[in-house]
Design a protein around this ligand. Sequence first.
Ligand SMILES: [Zn+2]
Length: 419
Amino acid sequence: MFFREISASLYAWDLADEGIERILDNVQEMTNCNSVYLIALMHHEKRPLTDFFYPHNPVRKTYCPEDSRAYWHPDLSFYDKTPIKPRTSERDLLKDTDWLATCIEAVRKRGLKTGVEISHTIIDKERAAGEFEHCMQHNIYGDRISQLICFNNPDSREYAVSLFAEMAGRYDLDYIQTCLIPFSAGRSVRGSSLPAARLLGTVLGGCFCEHCARAAAAKGLDYEKIKQDLLVLADSVSNPTLEQAHELALLCASNTSQTAILMENPSLYEWLNFRRDSLTDFFKEVHTRSHAAKADIDIRLNAYISADAELSGIDLRALKPHLDSIRSSDYSEQSGDPARLEFKRKWLLSVRRAVGDDMYFLSAIGVRPKATPELIRQGVVVSAECGADGLTMGHYDGASYSNLRAIKEGMEIADVEMA
Ligand SMILES: [Zn+2]
């Protein structure tokens, strides 16, 4: 058996602190890594994520990034059809360097693959609450949903697609990985883990903005009726009468199926399909514009929701024609629980089932605490058994060297070589 790729993700501040050459030495020597990408538009998240302190950063113990900043120097001509432009770092440490160019140059010198990731949120909270409030998803009551863009809003959609077009058009990249948060899936009814309760709570998600109404009408849907029906459902979940609260309590104590909820609520099913179609259309545009800029660019979906992704509008089978590869983002190893690797196996197989054996598919390995070398070796074996074309590590900055070395060790146990 062969792996064709082992990828490592880096941040601009990793490059500033550790230096790209030292990082590349480490990942090549310890993990067989042959592919390195910069997370070039990063959401608001303390690093390292799953531990208090960095294991091998020589300069600092932690780093708290600015929210949703671009770590390259954008060419604004790519964004002339949208009022939204990438917001760059304002910190002295980072602002004067094009970190994407720095990363690509060093990685190419070693003859490795290189890529870029556009992460969860692409507009910072400040602008999402201010000048671009109207570009965000809104719930059925008209309230803005955090900093999640609406995929039917022409300004936010054009901005998002332009990010891909700029990456493909300007930089010497093999792949552009997207980890954008899709439609908000609301929240589960009464915090229940019952799939039917999770499904019902989707009505509190998004999006119900005017652009979604227009897009639905263009697809021939009776959006007003759908919205009226879902409003009744949303009220019953968010502000239930005593009778409705009783019914919800019964639901959560029962084994009512998701199918039953869909059959009771045909408008909910129509709305879920509409969001799926909206997101699929968005990826079609991303794929078309990126490939127009660079014919052999690889548009890679980071499939980071491993349960109920459909409630966010993700339908892998529908997306398949508009993707070139998929990165499973399951980091079960870092749960510290060996039993969790069976969940990983099922998730990897569910992706394979949806997209077929021919889709280029990388399996993530959580290399951060509480992952151990033993769990990482097992994760590599499970990935090989599930037909992965390669591995992708999450993430170098938080990984101890012993955890990184376990990637190679797992490959030996699984009898996998680099192609
Ligand atoms: Zn919308």
